[in-house]
Design a protein around this ligand. Structure first.
Ligand SMILES: Nc1ncnc2c1ncn2[C@@H]1O[C@H](COP(=O)(O)OP(=O)(O)OP(=O)(O)O)[C@@H](O)[C@H]1O
Length: 224
């Protein structure tokens, strides 16, 4: 098992009120799994992905990565865990506007202290796969929504993470580009990368081996 959530609870404080989002949520994700997470807008899908990525903490429960309890690690070790193992594509991409496309894609490898030659090789390969070679020197601010999305995907997969978490990764792409991105994810998954995707799109979830619905603060396996 690569990642397990046990008894996760999460609520947010909005003004004077606490809004409970996740309640006693469990999930087991096995190495090489590909899972889609569906559910109504606002039900807590992004919150769940943030918890899986270790970006926010839960109020109760445990997150285990290959049996290791992440909440028992120091902040520095948690950050190292994320850098090495987790690729994350957020809903609004979070690209760095003051750097060009190349530098955005190269960033995770710089954190992992790859040398310049290794970085160049990997950036060239991933930008070829995602068909963004022609925009590699462009400033982020000049890109279209779909181009930004592909840059965010390139940045997330360049380090070949053990687990890729993606929040609506093909949301603003046309059908053909969506299909090519899903083929890339499928290939990476076949090579052993575990995949968890939040999506509303049935054609995206059809690529996944398992589909879950987040409902009433818990995850339910959807059987077609
Ligand atoms: N940092 C926060 N502070 C307060 N409330 C929050 C915070 N983050 C999320 N929420 C609330 O938690 C609920 C779940 O939000 P979340 O973004 O996880 O839903 P979602 O299922 O991903 O929605 P969507 O499909 O619309 O993107 C929403 O009601 C949202 O307003």
């Amino acid at each position: 098992m690569i990642l397990e959530l046990r008894g996760i609870k999460k609520s947010f404080r909005n003004g004077m009120k606490y809004q409970s989002i996740l309640e006693d949520l469990d999930i087991k994700i096995y190495e090489g799994d590909s899972i889609a997470i569906k559910g109504k807008s606002g039900c807590g899908k992004s919150t769940l992905l943030h918890i899986l990525a270790g970006l926010i903490t839960s109020d109760a429960g445990e997150i285990l990565f290959k049996g290791m309890n992440l909440s028992q690690l120091s902040e520095e070790d948690q950050a190292n865990y994320r850098r090495k193992n987790v690729g994350y594509i957020t809903q609004n991409f979070h690209l760095l506007d003051d750097r060009n496309v190349y530098d955005n894609i190269a960033l995770p490898l710089q954190y992992l202290e790859f040398n310049k030659i290794q970085i160049k090789e990997k950036v060239e390969k991933v930008s070829h796969d995602l068909e963004i070679e022609h925009i590699i020197k462009r400033d982020i601010t000049t890109l279209s929504g779909g181009e930004r999305q592909r840059v965010a995907i390139a940045r997330a997969i360049i380090k070949e993470p053990a687990i890729l978490l993606a929040d609506e990764p093909t949301g603003s792409l046309d059908d053909k580009t969506e299909e090519s991105i899903m083929e890339i994810f499928k290939n990476l998954n076949e090579k052993g990368m575990t995949l968890a995707i939040v999506t509303h799109d049935n054609s995206v979830s059809s690529y996944c081996k398992q589909v879950y619905e987040l409902k009433n603060k818990k995850l339910y396996s959807v059987i077609y």
